[in-house]
Design a protein around this ligand. Structure first.
Ligand code: GLY
Length: 562
């Protein structure tokens, strides 16, 4: 691969908009480093670290903690996530810092006396939280790969929490519409609550969060899982009827896992997340199912292409519901599901003219062998790349703000299957594989992904969006590889989504023209319009070695590079 880092050439293209005091770059080309995230302050802070000589992992630590301050709906220290890494030599790794069920969790903890799932218990308040993994994940990744001192990397977030920053118009709307939820979940005041609605540009100051971040800065992993923060955590749980204890916090460790890795059409290699995320395997299933079809010839968003991709999504999501869960607790048939022959077998009943009703699709039998989350993609001057998706689950998670520590707790327990056949907040079904057990990690859809082309770094991609994460990543990859779109178009184009059940194609406004919609309906598909599918942050390395960043138009997402 061409390395151009020895000469500093200014950014050659930047499409920016002005929002409040922020310059938001939706497209950017740079030579030496690129950060794309959901907030301009986080992208800029990460880029500053790269400019100082930090590597992609250093920038990741800064971006993660800054997002926890400036993007409280999903950026977090009270949640968890996954990281996929590829270094400049092509070595790959993935780190699981997903939340875990507390020791006191039990299989039927969200069922009422009649055995029905009580959604509110797994979605709101203290009982909805899993044991957070983000701080452990950041610390572990930095210990292994970081270059700059940890303290320096946490500092930008502390400054922003202590001194405040102006909220964007989107954040103002979002905070205002969540004030009742914050009031309900907390007996105490929090910086998110105000007497009047939030307005764009108003300052959000988070003093208690700044103190928590200082303990993390000074004591690393233990600054969160032990000492003052752990004491405050347990006290909050006792006050609100939660079950996470100091023992749960002490036991939490992030875990290195072998990434899911598969080829596509010989010259592409996809490196993505294994269980407890379903993302990597479901992405592999979908890409394997379309690999021998002529998607490029069908054309972008034609009825034939949408039909094929829908049928593929339907089949892959039915496998997700049956077979996927935390592989430390359940024998997920990873290799069998990844076999190219398995995907071919799943497509045997594909009819190019007609939708296969989901009730006729059951999970295959592999041989034994808010919806809010956020994603950021980073590449440094040496072409080390990191792809991170992290979450509190719903917008602002459980809405519980830990008293005295100022951070929001996740409501990730809802990603478990409370009961077979009972859907989670994304309408996703699950079975035994994803039943609740103490210390188990709940199944995720997060799909942080890195792609090689001809054995060189090619693309870094990921998105939030609950159930729609995997289909959004799939479609952006197809837009680039099959439909030959420039990255900016691949990210900004409308998307659609099918998840087996309900048996619907969800689509964004204006995704299909009238003729295509009519044709899809005549094939037996049911179309349902919904708002925003995914919020993709992607970086592509062009043939000239330059990095192209694309930040989704669907939010305040912004690219920063040098
Ligand atoms: N909480 C969304 C996911 O992990 O898929």
């Amino acid at each position: 691969m061409k390395h151009l880092f020895f000469c500093i050439i200014p950014i050659v293209l930047s499409v920016s908009i002005q929002a409040q005091n922020y310059k938001i770059s939706k497209e950017l080309v740079s030579e030496n480093g690129m950060v794309v995230s959901a907030h301009p302050l986080a992208s800029e802070a990460g880029n500053e670290i790269l400019k100082k000589g930090g590597n992609a992992i250093d920038a990741m630590v800064t971006v993660h903690f800054v997002l926890a301050v400036v993007y409280p709906k999903a950026g977090n220290i009270g949640g968890g996530g996954f990281l996929v890494y590829r270094d400049k030599e092509g070595e790959t790794a993935s780190l699981d810092f997903r939340e875990k069920a507390p020791l006191a969790a039990s299989r039927n903890m969200y069922l009422d006396a009649k055995g029905n799932a009580v959604d509110s218990l797994s979605r709101h308040g203290h009982l909805a939280s899993g044991v957070p993994g983000s701080v452990a994940g950041m610390y572990e990744a930095h210990k292994k790969y970081g270059k700059l001192p940890w303290k320096e990397l946490v500092e930008p977030a502390i400054q922003l929490a202590e001194n405040g920053f102006g909220v964007t118009a989107n954040e103002a709307i979002s905070l205002s519409s969540n004030m009742a939820n914050f009031s309900r979940a907390n007996q105490h005041d929090s910086p998110f609550l105000k007497k009047t609605a939030w307005k764009a540009g108003q300052k959000l100051i988070q003093k208690e969060l700044a103190e928590t971040l200082k303990r993390i800065r000074d004591n690393g992993h233990d600054g969160f899982y032990k000492g003052t923060t752990a004491d405050l955590f347990e006290a909050e749980m006792k006050r609100g009827g939660g079950i996470i204890t100091k023992e749960d916090l002490t036991l939490y460790q992030a875990k290195w896992r072998n990434p899911i890795s598969f080829t596509y059409k010989n010259n592409y290699k996809i490196i993505t997340m294994p269980p407890p995320s379903s993302g990597g395997i479901v992405l592999a299933l979908m890409m394997n199912m379309v690999e021998d079809k002529e998607l490029e010839k069908m054309g972008f968003h034609t009825a034939a292409a949408v039909h094929l991709m829908t049928e593929v999504e339907r089949r892959a999501y039915s496998d997700r519901a049956e077979h996927l869960g935390d592989s430390d607790f359940y024998p997920v048939p990873i290799e069998a599901l990844m076999e190219k022959s398995y995907s071919k077998m799943r497509m045997r009943n594909f009819d190019a003219q007609k939708a296969t009703p989901s009730k006729q699709i059951k999970a295959g039998e592999p041989k034994k062998v808010s919806e809010e989350t956020t994603h950021y993609s980073i590449v440094d001057k040496d072409r080390n790349a990191v792809s991170v998706t992290t979450t509190l689950n719903g917008n602002y998670g459980s809405h519980v703000v830990l008293k005295g520590a100022g951070f929001i707790l996740n409501n990730e327990m809802d990603d478990f299957s409370a009961k077979p056949g009972s859907a989670n907040m994304f309408g996703l079904l699950g079975a035994e594989a994803n039943a609740i057990q103490p210390q188990k990690r709940m199944l995720s859809s997060m799909t942080p992904t890195i792609i090689e082309k001809d054995a060189q770094l090619y693309m870094v991609v990921g998105t939030p969006g609950g159930a729609t994460i995997i289909t959004s990543v799939f479609q952006v990859i197809m837009n680039v590889i099959e439909f030959r779109m420039p990255l900016k178009d691949a990210v900004q184009k409308q998307r659609f989504h099918h998840q087996w059940l309900p048996d619907l194609i969800y689509h964004e406004k204006n995704t299909f023209d009238e003729i295509t919609a009519k044709k899809l309906k005549s094939m037996g598909h049911v179309l349902r319009e919904r708002v925003g599918i995914g919020q993709v942050e992607a970086i592509l390395i062009g043939p000239d070695g330059k990095m192209e960043g694309a930040a989704d138009r669907r939010g305040d997402d912004s690219a920063s590079g040098y």
